[in-house]
Design a protein around this ligand. Structure first.
Ligand SMILES: Cc1cc2nc3c(=O)[nH]c(=O)nc-3n(C[C@H](O)[C@H](O)[C@H](O)COP(=O)(O)OP(=O)(O)OC[C@H]3O[C@@H](n4cnc5c(N)ncnc54)[C@H](O)[C@@H]3O)c2cc1C
Length: 470
């Protein structure tokens, strides 16, 4: 029998799999999409927040501060990029008091290094910020990551420690038996002593399947816009306005990959599947952002995406063992990405108190990333090509991604074009895959032994070709 069945392969579910994998347990994670990280966790700002924007009494603030610390450690052992950019909350005339208030909150939470900086400091360190900005609160612990890279890193570590991950496996019913839960998907049936519900936007529906009422999820849509990498680094730090009631505001975000991102919007919607972006959203973001950094131009925007925050009316995270052996993790909106490792740590500690898990013997603590050919020196590139000539075959010219990197992504679990994109950055450059998509499809077909017709962009329903070769 399974000890723990986790529903949801986003940052929360995968953090739990990673944390539980340290113990002698049978763990299964089920994800309805074709790959991990295809839910909310792929469509966000990628910020590891300091934690100072949230009410210090909330779980959100507590877990964000702890999560921020855990990411620093995890980045070393799991070999994913973690860029400690720092955060600045900027104040226009009349807003300094808000900075004092946020700083005080941050200090209550034990966030280190908080300082209010003046105009002179801003001119030297962030010269592109508006001259109308008078002060800024510096939070040096703010950072950025690539959310999907972190998820794949944790998942690879978890599987090397025995966790079973099944994608394309949508949970459709949950039934309690005397000593366990019976979980059905379209494909199979599982029995598990414990269920952990980390289903993001569907967490309330999953809980209902088990007969447990939890706060209803209300999606809040956020549209984000990515600027051309050739547009200079506009700011070195993540820039926040003074936060509003329901949102941290529209931000300037220097990403791990060197582009600047601007956004997100914040709008409550009904449709849990609406990931469209709009001209109106772009104009709204530009209007807010040009107030912070006047030199940002509309023609620098090269791509956009939208994500839905799984929000509840109550506002804070909802994390509890609601019924015997059924743990609900609901309403994980921002800063959920930051908080996820701390949520996992908290849930596992809560369970350990009751269950006494034994640590795993032969636990594999580390994981190594796929080498990024683009980022290597000429000597390192030559060394790799000598080792394996497929490092010498460039498949994506914009991002300089080689055949070996694509094959390695497939070996580590990529099954779709997006899965390969998120693991390697192929198809993410200026031509958006016009040059490399067919080449990547040929590699997928060969490696997985499937026809072109079965290759998808992001799972069933997103096939790219019909009747190829007929
Ligand atoms: C625009 C935007 C910007 C954000 N920016 C930040 C930020 O900068 N920093 C930060 O800390 N947070 C940020 N967040 C919040 C953060 O992205 C989320 O809190 C976090 O990703 C939630 O993770 P999750 O694992 O709970 O959900 P998800 O990633 O959605 O994972 C849940 C998974 O469950 C799966 N699932 C659902 N139903 C079923 C089923 N029946 N069977 C099997 N699987 C199922 C889904 O497919 C999904 O993959 C942002 C959010 C948005 C929308």
């Amino acid at each position: 029998m399974i000890d723990f069945l986790i529903i949801g392969g986003g940052i929360v579910g995968v953090s739990l799999a990673y944390e539980l994998a340290k113990y002698q347990l049978v763990i299964v994670l089920l994800e309805k999409e074709a790959e991990l990280s295809f839910g909310v966790s792929k469509s966000n700002s990628g910020i590891i927040h300091t934690g100072f924007q949230d009410d210090p009494r909330s779980l959100k603030a507590r877990f964000a501060v702890r999560g921020n610390r855990l990411y620093r450690e995890m980045a070393k052992v799991l070999d994913f990029p973690f860029i400690p950019t720092g955060e600045l909350v900027v104040a226009f005339p009349g807003e300094r008091e808000s900075l004092e208030f946020i700083k005080e909150n941050g200090e209550k939470l034990g966030i280190p290094g908080l300082e209010i900086k003046d105009r002179k400091w801003l001119e030297k360190h962030e010269p592109n910020l508006s001259r109308e900005i008078e002060y800024a609160l510096l939070g040096p612990t703010g950072a950025v990551i690539n959310p999907y890279e972190v998820i794949y890193a944790m998942a690879e570590n978890a599987t090397s420690n025995g966790v079973q991950i099944h994608c394309d496996n949508e949970v459709i019913s949950i039934e309690e038996t005397s000593d366990s839960w019976k979980i059905r998907t379209w494909e199979s049936e599982y029995r598990s002593r414990y269920v952990i519900n980390a289903a993001g936007l569907s967490a309330d529906k999953i809980s209902q399947m088990a007969g447990i009422g939890v706060p209803r999820i209300r999606p809040w849509k956020g549209e984000e816009f990515i600027l051309d990498r050739h547009a200079d680094r506009l700011t070195r730090r993540i820039i926040f306005p003074v936060p509003q009631k329901n949102t941290k505001g529209v931000l300037v975000i220097p990403t791990v990959d060197g582009n600047t991102m601007i956004g997100p919007t914040a709008e409550e919607i009904e449709d849990r599947g609406d990931l469209t972006t709009s001209k109106a959203g772009k104009q709204k973001v530009l209007k807010h952002i040009q107030r912070l950094v006047p030199s940002i131009r509309e023609d620098q925007v090269i791509a956009s995406f939208a994500g839905l925050r799984p929000t509840t009316k109550e506002g804070d995270f909802y994390i509890r063992e609601d019924k015997n052996r059924f743990v609900n993790i609901v309403g994980i909106k921002s800063p959920g990405l930051t908080a996820a490792p701390a949520i996992a740590e908290y849930v596992v500690k809560m369970l350990i108190e009751k269950l006494e898990f034994l640590p795993k013997e032969n636990y594999v603590a580390t994981r190594r990333a796929i080498p990024r050919f683009r980022q290597l020196s000429s000597e390192e590139r030559n060394r790799l090509i000598k080792m394996d000539p497929e490092y010498g075959e460039v498949i994506c010219r914009c991002e300089l991604v080689t055949k070996k990197e694509i094959k390695e992504a497939i070996r580590r679990g990529a099954r779709t074009l997006d899965g390969i994109k998120f693991r390697t950055r192929s198809q993410m450059g200026r031509c958006h895959g016009a040059f490399c998509t067919m080449k990547i499809m040929a590699i997928i077909a060969e490696e997985l032994g499937i026809p072109y017709e079965q290759i998808t962009k992001r799972g069933k329903g997103s096939e790219l070709v019909k009747g190829y070769g007929s």
